[in-house]
Write a protein that binds this ligand. Structure first.
Ligand code: KIV
Length: 294
């Protein structure tokens, strides 16, 4: 007798869809990563990520802003389009930037742009009960939504900095209420950022949609990190929840220093990097007389 696993494995999916992510709750953990352009999209997708998010974190790690508040819809779209060209298998999610979902109409318009102009397959937006009308409207329009609660960086001014959230019983209860509200509104997954693991466990148990943690411990249904943090390409600050798997920033700098030395000392370009005239042209080329123009 063959037994069908209750939770289908995402790793077998040829292309990952929002319903597949939703159905994988409680099964194999969902691996997610941010990416911001064609080449990072190819790398994240090729590495087997199930979900690739063009996060508004690009404001900081790509555009050099202090926080995520100043990235615009048009800038996000530019990066979503580029990333979409590199992502074939993973579910591509576009992050709605600050004030791009301030009303239901604005949210619908901008979520639609991410799908039709950006070729994203879903959108993510920050907030709990307060953004339920926006989530309902976007989902009703046929666009899958990932919600995001806990340390929502677009609320950094209200939080007084990038600080872990949900650290009292009262705050934990509010987060659980937020999680259940966005689930009821139709979100198919929920990012939990920078909250105590105990609260992440309560929320993961309280909803039927998968939770995707970033700084929420090892109890969520999946994990997401920022590409530049994982690869050691952003050293302005590294949150406690990051694990760095490579030092590409240092490697890139060393490589460019070596290139600079080779240029200055004439070791670059070498023979292998040089084009030469075909043999049969050389005699005529040698006869060319060059006169400097005065
Ligand atoms: O913008 C982003 O990269 C995010 C993830 C960290 C979840 O929202």
């Amino acid at each position: 007798m063959s037994t069908t696993p209750l939770t289908p494995s995402l790793t077998k999916a040829k292309t990952v869809t929002a319903p597949q992510i939703q159905a994988s709750k409680g099964g194999e953990k969902i691996s997610c990563m941010t990416a911001y352009d064609y080449s990072s999209g190819i790398i994240a997708d090729g590495a087997g990520m199930d979900l690739v998010l063009v996060g508004d974190s690009l404001a900081m790690v790509v555009l050099g802003h202090e926080d995520t508040l100043s990235v615009t819809m048009d800038e996000m779209l530019h990066h979503v389009r580029a990333t979409a060209r590199g992502v074939e298998r993973a579910l591509l999610v576009a992050d709605m930037p600050f004030m791009s979902f301030s009303t239901v109409d604005i949210a619908l318009h901008n979520a639609g742009r991410f799908i039709s102009e950006g070729r994203a397959k879903a959108v993510k937006l920050e907030g709990g009960e307060a953004v339920v009308p926006q989530i309902e409207a976007i989902v009703t329009a046929g666009i899958p939504v990932v919600a995001h609660i806990g340390l929502t960086p677009q609320h950094v001014a209200r939080f007084g900095g990038f600080k872990a959230q949900g650290k009292s019983a009262e705050a934990a209860k509010a987060l659980i209420a937020d999680a259940q509200a966005v689930e009821a509104a139709g979100a198919f997954a929920l990012v939990l950022e920078a909250i105590p693991v105990e609260v992440a466990q309560l929320i993961t148990d309280a909803v039927d949609i998968p939770t995707i943690g970033i700084g929420a411990g090892n109890v969520t249904d999946g994990q997401i990190l920022v590409y530049h943090d994982v690869l050691g390409m952003f050293d302005r600050f590294t949150p406690k929840f990051v694990r760095t798997y490579a030092e590409l920033g240092k490697d890139a700098r060393n490589a460019l220093e070596q290139y600079g030395r080779d240029v200055r000392t004439g070791r670059f370009p070498g023979d292998k990097n040089t084009f030469y005239m075909p043999e049969d042209q050389l005699p005529q080329v040698r006869k060319i007389k060059v006169k400097k123009k005065k």
